[in-house]
Design a protein around this ligand. Structure first.
Ligand SMILES: [Cu+2]
Length: 150
């Protein structure tokens, strides 16, 4: 297995040291709320930092979407608004959640229809240059959270 991993890493042009460095950020509860038609989809995930230094999420990209942006939803005067976010810090030995009503990844320009039940690979980018590929489960527009996910 280890030999296969080395070969695969070589084929993909990924250094093993790099792969080890990303291990301190762990992603869980990753899901996408799919909206009808060409509406952008929100992506949510819980990020855990097991390292001794804070790490900031600075962006993401996915082969399934033309663009992925980091956003924050806020409530103001009864209206929900979204603003761009440059970086979202995950504290050392802490967690940061992207969740409905707060931080999220806004996925735009789907390359093909994404349906509930689909798995979509999104690669998260961090301020120290690390990247972390995460598989997100697509859920219907009515989904409020990731209940029922292992
Ligand atoms: Cu948004």
């Amino acid at each position: 297995m280890k030999r296969a991993a080395v070969l695969l890493a070589g084929l993909l042009g990924i250094g093993l040291a790099h792969a080890g460095a990303t291990a301190r950020i762990d992603a869980s509860h990753a899901w996408i709320r799919v909206l009808p038609g060409t509406l952008p989809a929100g992506a949510y995930v819980v990020l855990r930092n097991d390292g001794d230094q804070p790490v900031a999420l600075t962006g993401a990209d996915s082969p399934a979407y033309g663009m992925a942006m980091l956003h924050r939803s806020t409530q103001a005067g009864g209206n929900s608004r979204m603003a761009m976010v440059d970086a979202l810090t995950i504290p050392a030995h802490g967690t940061q959640a992207l969740a409905p009503g707060g931080y999220h990844l806004m996925l735009m320009d789907a390359k093909h229809p994404v349906r509930p039940g689909d798995t979509v690979r999104i690669t998260l980018r961090f301020d120290d240059g690390d990247t972390l590929p995460v598989d997100f489960i697509a859920r219907p527009a009515s989904a409020l959270g990731d209940q029922g996910q292992p």
